[in-house]
Design a protein around this ligand. Structure first.
Ligand SMILES: [Zn+2]
Length: 86
């Protein structure tokens, strides 16, 4: 059954989309601020719990240059974020 077939499914999907949009805005803002402050690198940070997916667990702690396209959220309901590297 598709999530579009019930009101609960539609609301849950909208909630997921709102989460992903919010996370995306937060990470784009973090990368923009880091660039403005002259910070060249961002560190990928996960929530560090058992819900972190294998993809994000592998990315934990790696450094990315701020000019790269923002790749977080990496998937639906990704909870990772960037931290600027001083
Ligand atoms: Zn993630």
């Amino acid at each position: 059954m598709s999530f579009w077939e019930t009101l609960e499914g539609v609301l849950a999907r909208f909630n997921d989309l709102a989460h992903d949009f919010t996370w995306s805005v937060m990470n784009v803002t973090m990368a923009s601020l880091a660039m403005e402050l002259g910070m060249d690198e961002l560190r990928w940070v996960t929530m560090g719990d058992e819900r972190v997916c294998p993809l994000c667990r592998e990315m934990e702690g790696i450094h990315l240059v701020t000019e790269l396209p923002i790749v977080i959220p990496a998937h639906v309901l990704c909870r990772c974020h960037f931290e600027p590297v001083a």
